[in-house]
Design a protein around this ligand. Structure first.
Ligand code: BGC
Length: 249
């Protein structure tokens, strides 16, 4: 069994887990530390070092799921993290923090990779759109199982405002929306995504997917809508799968 360390940087916590990449599952407990305020580069680097040290059983390349457009290890956007990440070499920072090779992938893309491999998207063909509802809205598109990375559809304007500014899980909490109110907003976003891209399947992920039963019946689209299966481990598993596929083991 090959154990690879996957790390997922979210709005409130940085989670890490040892992932059996052949089975696509976390082995043992997830570990987490609070996300430093604003997730500045230096504070994040220190937090990553702390987390990596807790997983001596993991070998090889470390994977980090990060809420930004990521190309060849460089982070290009910073919607919900410190602006210092724009243009930063995040892979080099992770490598320095971990003391071994590190690779970085967009957080929604990581969650989508995990769902497609071992979760709700397994065996699905056609166009699958994974959406993560958290601090923002993350998107990951798969065409016949193959990822089209960095789609950033949470920033698409729907009714004059960015989708994630009206329908993320954070907005639900901050504006104290009940399920019908929040789902009405999500439905407008899904309607727009469907009108433009015609997905066959939406996978709804992020922390809010853990409460799926409370609102599932309120979501509507001509496409099928299913909850993510990996729930809080999707980013960690996806980051490890990405590391296993792109780096040394
Ligand atoms: C970011 C994306 C990220 C999403 C979910 C958005 O604000 O731009 O890169 O995937 O939030 O964290």
């Amino acid at each position: 069994m090959s154990l690879v360390l996957g790390i997922d940087l979210g709005g409130s916590a940085i989670k890490a887990g040892a992932v059996d990449v052949d089975a696509g599952e976390v082995v043992g407990e997830l570990q987490s530390v609070p996300t430093p305020p604003g997730a500045t580069l230096e504070a994040t680097r220190a937090a990553l070092t702390t987390l990596v040290a807790r997983f001596p059983q993991c070998r090889g390349t470390v994977g980090l799921a990060f809420p930004s457009v990521v190309k060849r290890g460089i982070t290009y956007t910073a919607a919900n993290v410190d602006r210092g990440w724009i243009g930063a070499d995040a892979a080099a920072l992770l490598t320095a923090a971990a003391g071994r090779p590190g690779v970085v992938v967009n957080d929604a893309d990581a969650a989508g990779l995990a769902e497609m491999r071992v979760g709700a998207g397994r065996g699905e063909r056609g166009l699958v759109m994974m959406l993560t509802f958290g601090t923002g809205i993350g998107s990951a598109l798969f065409v016949d199982g193959r990822l089209w990375p960095n789609t950033e559809l949470g920033h698409l304007e729907v009714g004059g405002r960015e989708a994630e500014h009206q329908a993320s899980a954070r907005v639900r909490t901050v504006e104290n929306l009940d399920w019908p109110q929040w789902c009405a907003r999500v439905n407008r976003v899904l309607e727009r995504y469907h009108a433009l891209l015609w997905p066959d399947l939406f996978i709804v992920g992020g922390g809010v997917s853990e409460r799926w039963e409370e609102y599932a019946g309120l979501l509507k689209s001509p496409a099928r809508i299913v909850p993510a299966r990996l729930r809080q481990t999707a980013g960690v598993v996806g980051a490890a799968l990405y590391a296993a596929e792109s780096g040394e083991r």
